[in-house]
Design a protein around this ligand. Sequence first.
Ligand SMILES: Cc1ncc(COP(=O)(O)O)c(C=O)c1O
Length: 400
Amino acid sequence: MDRASYFSDRANGMKRSVIRELLKLTNKPEIISFAGGLPAPVTFPVDYVKKAVNKVLDEEAGKALQYGATEGDPRLKGKLAEIMMKDGIDADPERVMVTTASQQGLELMAKVFFNPGDTCVVGLPTYLGGLQAIKSYGGVPVGVELDEHGMIPEKLVETLDRLEAEGRRPRLIYIIPDFQNPAGVTIPAERRRKIVEIAREREYIIVEDTPYRQIRFRGEHQPTFQSLAPERVLSLYTFSKIMLPGFRLGWAYGPDWLVDKMVMAKQSMDLCTPPFNQAITYHMLEAGALEAGLKETIKLYHHRCDLMLAELEKNLGDTPGVTWTKPEGGLFLWLTVPEGVSTDDIFEKAIEENVAYVPGSAFFPNNDNHRSMRLNFSYCDDDKIIEGCRRLGKLIKEVL
Ligand SMILES: Cc1ncc(COP(=O)(O)O)c(C=O)c1O
């Protein structure tokens, strides 16, 4: 039986992610894992959830346990617009669309934008789940190099020039502007304006994926792409990292003609994001859960990030050619080793030493970078960060 003959070309094009398979190894209890992207469970606002669940079940069970509108609960949409307004965006609740977290936003983006073979500009490195969504609809991610200030506008121009000359004009530019996953870098205002200018001049859509934006623990807030170019930016938000990931709740915001199309695409995907979760979230926001929780989350991640930076300095500070980014927020930093060492090759050794990271190759469309690794600092407690950095430092020094 030729099993592949049963499947669509799309399904046959889907590959098991080697990285995700590797990462299963990191679940062993003896391993200190800097590999995941998980928020710290102590930040979950359990008391607010309890109160809101009871309120919803006591007062509006009939509605909350029923199907809901594809666009989302209008009360929640109002609250989401308020969150954006506090961030300098002139947000219209009508243009908010609730999504089953931002991974669905990415899937919808891919569904409405890409025909097989269409190109899409992404940062290098970029979020693995974004690459998977783009590829699952036949999109072809084309990378533009980042530096410590995110996407480099001159490199963006070079890439657009090249693709346009080849007759492969990209459908959109995908950017993670704040504390980027995986590199932890943030695009400064001036660069954002340059990128917007380029997009305007050449009439490109920008997709701004910004799950970490509210987790800033130093430096200045930078304007959103949404506030700079509302006519051409689709923004994707999520509660996963700022409140809790288990509700699978996020939202998309952009020009009405674009959001309309996303809503149509969502209908056949899940009809609506669970109305129960939306109602609970609405009441939690009403009660101030986001502000209260964020304050603590930012404090904790600031501490853990600084501890990891200090421990890396202690264990690898005198090692020539080893560098790492110094994030102003978010959950990740990006460590680079000298030429000649492959973070893919030393991954198994790291597992033997009971420490784990994500090899940088996972975040490149062609898996062709082998000199970096992503380290998560949100999940492990202090002792684990200290011991994990010691093990990692020892391993890197040994292979050098
Ligand atoms: C850049 C980026 N976008 C989207 C997501 C998906 O998050 P969620 O579906 O939980 O909202 C993540 C998760 O880590 C991410 O890092």
